[in-house]
Design a protein around this ligand. Structure first.
Ligand SMILES: Nc1nc2c(ncn2[C@@H]2O[C@H](COP(=O)(O)OP(=O)(O)OP(=O)(O)O)[C@@H](O)[C@H]2O)c(=O)[nH]1
Length: 394
């Protein structure tokens, strides 16, 4: 495991010299209630507080959230009404969120264009993902969004963990296995963000990640890990073996402890983000720094060109496959509700006209006076027409 070090690049991504770095994209993922939205707001306010301020470009991808404590530049709720999707497709809440995300993803090329247009002005692009983690991590839409953004900009996954709820060895292990599966699925630089350290410091987690025997000791002394005869239970043995496997995984990770409420550890988080940029650039020079690379190695031009084409081709194939899965999901939803599907037909001519007019369905709120503005959490109010208290129950 790489502990986040303060010796890492301290800049939060400000432009250096005349050539501006590409903005770093931070995809925040985490279990419901881990504190993703609060964390996004905290890093937003940190970036605003820099001298000079460096406001990020924020995308909210949670269609079901009632209030977010920041002003998103692009908000999925401006494009898709998830409650209407539930009604029209006769779906439950999770199906509604997934279908809303699928619909939004069919327009993600527009989102990407808007993000790329702003790449010269911003140093960070931040994605806040749906509360139900699997809707993003295991859906075709989540893969399309992640692959599309990561093939355009340097990207890091910030996996937000509810530290006070992770102190039991079995819960800790489950959380790490989940993080591990996301790391291997996305293949992107990855930061474990132990959140809520104002309530529970994360030292125990760092200790368990660096000292395998310490984790085994905690496991042995925890309730429920011995049977009536005092022998280790099956679960205990399984977790012992798993922790050996995870040891390798920890070596590829950066871990930081933060409090999204007090702001503690946020600077260390951005140090880890900058280190992730280096990691990303090191592993993807062909795709992301092709012109410079070509100047250095002109002799290898045909070979590099072939590699670039192969990379583009494999990316295109992945996107196509993912898009087919999205369309399949949508056609199942339509089959469930033929009456609505009959009204909801694609009109190629209308689509062409739309493109000709450059009439985007995705709304960029940046034309509004204070995009990405800092909203003081303590002032977050209940919306007048809302029946749920903010923040909504996890
Ligand atoms: N004490 C403390 N509470 C926190 C911290 N971060 C978030 N919370 C609280 O944790 C709860 C959940 O936070 P959210 O930001 O809504 O979490 P989320 O992961 O976006 O939730 P979903 O949208 O349901 O997935 C809220 O009550 C927050 O105030 C923190 O660092 N410290």
């Amino acid at each position: 495991m790489e502990a986040s070090s303060s010796s890492a690049t301290t800049s939060a991504g400000a432009a250096e010299g005349s050539t501006k770095k590409k903005p770093m994209t931070i995809i925040t993922i985490g279990m419901a209630g881990a504190g993703k939205s609060t964390f996004v707001q905290r890093i937003n306010s940190y970036l605003h507080s820099l001298d000079p301020p460096s406001p990020p470009y924020i995308l909210n991808l949670d269609p079901a959230v009632t209030h977010v404590p920041y002003e998103a530049n692009i908000d999925i709720r401006d494009t898709v009404d998830y409650q209407e999707v539930m009604k029209q497709y006769n779906l439950g809440p999770n199906g509604g969120i997934l279908t809303a995300l699928n619909l939004f993803t069919t327009k993600f090329d527009q989102v990407l264009r808007l993000v790329e247009k702003r790449a010269e002005e911003v140093n960070h692009v931040i994605l806040d993902t749906p509360g139900q983690i699997e809707i993003f991590t295991w859906s075709a839409s989540g893969s399309i969004i992640t692959d599309a953004i990561a093939s355009s900009l340097p990207t890091v996954v910030a996996y937000v963990i509810d530290t006070p709820r992770t102190t039991a060895p079995a819960t800790f292990m489950s959380n790490m296995l989940y993080a591990c599966s996301i790391l291997y699925k996305t293949k992107l630089p990855f930061i474990l963000v132990f959140n809520k350290t104002d309530v529970q410091p994360h030292d125990f987690a760092l200790e368990w990640m660096t000292d395998f025997e310490e984790f085994q000791r905690a496991l042995a002394t925890h309730d429920g890990t011995r049977d009536a005869e005092g022998e280790p239970t099956y679960m205990n043995s399984l977790m012992n073996s798993m922790s050996l496997v995870l040891d390798e995984f920890y070596k590829n990770l950066k871990a930081v402890g933060v409090s999204s409420v007090t702001g503690q550890g946020i600077k260390e988080f951005f140090d880890a983000v900058e280190a992730s940029r280096e990691e990303y650039e090191k592993y993807t020079p062909l795709l992301h720094d092709l012109p410079r690379f070509l100047m250095i190695c002109r002799d290898y031009l045909p070979e590099l060109e072939r590699a670039r084409k192969a990379k583009e081709e494999s990316l295109r194939a992945v996107k196509e496959e993912s898009m087919n899965r999205v369309m399949k999901d949508l056609s199942i939803d339509r089959a469930k509700n033929p009456a609505f599907a009959a009204q909801d037909r694609w009109d190629p001519e209308a689509e062409e006209d739309e493109d000709d007019d450059g009439d985007f369905n995705i709304v960029d709120r940046s034309s509004e006076p204070w995009p990405g503005q800092y909203v003081d959490l303590t002032k977050a109010k209940r919306h007048p027409d809302e029946e749920i208290n903010w923040p909504r129950p996890g």
